[in-house]
Each structure stands twice: as structure tokens, then as C-alpha cells.
Ligand binder design. Structure first.
Ligand code: AMP
Ligand code: MN
Ligand code: MN
Ligand code: MN
Length: 284
């Protein structure tokens, strides 16, 4: 297990812990370098950065941008690392991505009401610190805490994925825009958890080529969403496409998902770690 974690969430988006709490938790688990990467949002970074500084824990600014990509408008996530968090174009771009989450949440609640689940909008909001960050994860927590479904994973399978009764398609950022905002703010763009996308070889290669054309430089090889087979597969892809490799737990909440913050697999030796690329961007 390595102790570098460049992908996890706080309650500024769909994580359960405050930014300071998640950074303290990473430090307790002996992380040596961290980046907080909330969805489409920089609101947790100041608190996370100052907590990391007080602990002497090296820190990178981070974000996870939601993208709709390709002819089927598939959702793809792009992590940004080591950017200037004050960059106006990045901030405006992320604001535009967040817009629409509340309307989507009302539609999700209306669909859930049709299958007998009432009060889901208010229920999900009760788990959300920041109304414009309302996400499927908050609906999932509401359905679990109200005793309707046994765990978050099962909620997604039964209600919140394409074709299921609470799923509402959403239009996120364009790939070139999201990568452009991150790179324009001096950061490095990373394809998040590639093993999670339902894409064959041709589409995966097309995604990587478009990502590189837009200025993207890295891909997550070690991820809380990856099996060991995925990790080795994407290590080879990183090598073939000359991409830097990243590592992240994708931690959201204690007991939810399979990885704790600060717990990532060691990158295979063929990888070039993205933290070498980012050495000059680390804030302590
Ligand atoms: P949203 O941005 O509102 O579409 O919500 C996406 C979030 O839902 C992701 O960032 C994950 O935290 C969570 N998520 C997506 N798919 C699953 C799944 N199958 N099981 C658990 N959580 C998931
Ligand atoms: Mn999430
Ligand atoms: Mn993601
Ligand atoms: Mn994530």
C-alpha cells in the first residue's frame, strides 16, 4: 500500500467528512502527499490546504470535473491537480458545470415518487452541505438511511444508473473545456478511474487521444475503483500513450466504498508517477 492519495472527496461535494476531517484522517493513515478532489468544486480547498499545512502534510489543489463525452454523451471524470485555485476561467467553468444539479435532483425525486419513494428531494438534501452540489450519492445515502435499501452500491444498481427509475441523464462539460480549464490554470489533467467506463478498446483509445489533444497528461492507474487487473491494464496503456500515472482512493465516507483515504496500491514500476511531474506544484 502506498500513502500518496490524489483523489478523494469532502462534504463540499458528495463526501461525508469536512475538508479538515478528511485531511486529518489521511494524515492519521500516514499519507505523504494528498489532493482533495471534490466534484466540480473548489470550495473545500482552503480548509483542506490549511489543515494539511498545520500537519506538515504535502498538498496539491485538486478537483474532479464531470464531462459528457462521445456520441453517446457518456459521463467521464477528469481530475485536475496542482492548479491555481484562484484562476477565474477555471472557477467560471466549474460554476457552469454545477448549474443544473438542483433541477436534475427535482426530476430524480419526481421519478422516484412514481415508483413509490416520496420525499426524496428533501431527504437527499438533508445529507448535502451545499445545495448546488446535490448528487446521486446524496440520494443513495437517503435511501439507505431511511431503511429502504441495504447499501449505497445497491441503490445505484436498482435506482440511479441508466435505465433505472431514478436516473436522469445530465449534460456535463465538454472534454476539451474541462481539460482546458485545468491546464489553463497551470494544472495537470488526469483521466479518472478509466476502468469504470463501459468502453471497449477503440473508444478508450479515442478518449485518450482527444484528452491528449486537449492538453491532458495523466491517467489514474491505481484507483479505489480498479481491480488489480485494471491497474496493470492501465499501467500498460499509460506507458503506450506516454501518460503520467496517478493514484487515488476515491474515498467518500467511512464504511462506504472499498478504500479508505490514504490507502492506494503501489504503482507498477513501468509507471511514471504524476507526482514527479507535479513536484513544483506541491504546497506544504
Ligand atoms: P453525480 O455526479 O450526481 O452523477 O453522482 C456521481 C457520484 O455517484 C460519483 O462521484 C460516485 O461518488 C457515485 N457513484 C456513481 N456510481 C456509483 C456506484 N455504482 N456505486 C456507488 N457510488 C457510485
Ligand atoms: Mn462522488
Ligand atoms: Mn469519479
Ligand atoms: Mn471521485
Amino acid at each position: 500500500m502506498a500513502s500518496i492519495d490524489l483523489h478523494f472527496h469532502s462534504c463540499a461535494s458528495d463526501g461525508a467528512l469536512a475538508p479538515a476531517e478528511v485531511i486529518r484522517r489521511a494524515h492519521e493513515r500516514e499519507a505523504t502527499l494528498v489532493a482533495l478532489t471534490d466534484h466540480d468544486c473548489l470550495a473545500g480547498l482552503d480548509e483542506a490546504r490549511s489543515t494539511a499545512a498545520a500537519l506538515g502534510l504535502p498538498f496539491l489543489n485538486g478537483v474532479e470535473a464531470s464531462v459528457s463525452w462521445g456520441s453517446k454523451a457518456q459521463t467521464v471524470h477528469i481530475v485536475g491537480l496542482g492548479f491555481d485555485a484562484g484562476n477565474a476561467a477555471l472557477r467560471a467553468g466549474l460554476d457552469s458545470v454545477r448549474r443544473g444539479r438542483i433541477d436534475r435532483a427535482h426530476e430524480m425525486a419526481a421519478q422516484l415518487a412514481r415508483v413509490g419513494i416520496d420525499g426524496a428531494f428533501e431527504g437527499a438534501m438533508a445529507f448535502c452541505a451545499n445545495p448546488d452540489q446535490i448528487s446521486r450519492t446524496h440520494f443513495a445515502r437517503f435511501l439507505v438511511e431511511s431503511g429502504r435499501v441495504k447499501d449505497v452500491r445497491t441503490v445505484f444498481r436498482k435506482y440511479l444508473t441508466p435505465g433505472k427509475p431514478g436516473y436522469v441523464p445530465h449534460h456535463w462539460a465538454a472534454l476539451a473545456d474541462a481539460v482546458g480549464w485545468i491546464v489553463g490554470a497551470g494544472g495537470v489533467a488526469v483521466i479518472a478511474h478509466p476502468g469504470r467506463y463501459d468502453m471497449g478498446r477503440t473508444l478508450t483509445e479515442r478518449l485518450i487521444n482527444e484528452f491528449k489533444d486537449a492538453g491532458g497528461e495523466a491517467i489514474e492507474v491505481a484507483s479505489g475503483s480498479h481491480s488489480l487487473d485494471d491497474m496493470h491494464k492501465y499501467a500498460l496503456i499509460a506507458q503506450r500513450f506516454e501518460l503520467w500515472s496517478s493514484a487515488g482512493s476515491d474515498f467518500h465516507a467511512p464504511g462506504e466504498g472499498c478504500r479508505d483515504v490514504g490507502r492506494t496500491d503501489d504503482l507498477p514500476p513501468i509507471c511514471r508517477p504524476v507526482w514527479e511531474r507535479l513536484a513544483d506544484h506541491i504546497l506544504v
